[in-house]
Ligand binder design. Structure first.
Ligand SMILES: C[S@@+](CC[C@H](N)C(=O)[O-])C[C@H]1O[C@@H](n2cnc3c(N)ncnc32)[C@H](O)[C@@H]1O
Length: 188
């Protein structure tokens, strides 16, 4: 599986260069951070909101294939959902990556069980609603990772979200100012 997975990842990284990142994939260093978090935290169940063509999911799958965890990934756009489906099939990650089609947060109620790690990378102005909805579905000590917190830092909705995450006793969080700006939060 690993060779297929790596081949597809390399192809998607070439697509970023060819298209000017038409699928809005996370940069490789952010992917490496997600992988490191999975290695250290060893989540059994990871949730991603915002699959696009599946690049970040495949980068997480690279590590989950060793740690024994699984990934659920949510996408509302039919074409990108189908593109990711093909990429997951080519990479051989069936059983490891589970696609969920629909619009978050509404679709999240169809997901059973709790999550130990969540990666937010969909509509930035919806981050607060994702966290509000997901909070009861997060295990104690769960990690929430949110991308684009600096690139969208001038927007009022992002400022409000960051302020909430800084002040709430529900999470302890830190904002990392690299790539597009990544918020890391830990459910207290
Ligand atoms: C930035 S891209 C995700 C990139 C992907 N995480 C990666 O790095 O490879 C955001 C994706 O989220 C999807 N999206 C936006 N809002 C959504 C929502 N409310 N529910 C589900 N998907 C959503 C968009 O269609 C888009 O494909």
């Amino acid at each position: 599986m690993q060779n297929l997975l790596e081949t597809v990842i390399e192809e998607l990284e070439a697509v970023v260069k060819d298209t000017g990142n038409a699928f809005w994939n996370i940069p490789p260093a952010t992917a490496a951070l997600l992988q490191w978090l999975i290695k250290v935290h060893k989540p059994s169940r990871v949730l991603e909101i915002g699959t696009s063509n599946g690049y970040s999911a495949l980068r997480m799958a690279q590590v989950l294939s060793h740690s024994g965890g699984v990934l659920y990934t949510v996408e509302s756009h039919a074409e990108r959902f189908a593109t990711a489906e093909k990429n997951f099939a080519r990479a051989g990650v069936e059983g490891l990556v589970h696609q969920v089609k629909g619009h978050a947060p509404e679709i999240l109620s169809s997901l059973e069980g709790v999550f130990d790690m969540v990666f937010l990378d969909a509509t930035k102005m919806e981050y607060q609603s994702y966290v509000d909805f997901l909070y009861p579905k997060l295990s104690i000590g769960a990690i929430v990772v949110a991308d684009n917190c600096v690139s969208h830092g001038d927007d009022l909705y992002m400022q409000k979200f960051l302020q909430f995450m800084k002040e709430t006793p529900l999470f302890s969080s830190v904002l990392l100012s690299f790539d597009n700006g990544v918020l890391l939060a830990h459910k207290s």
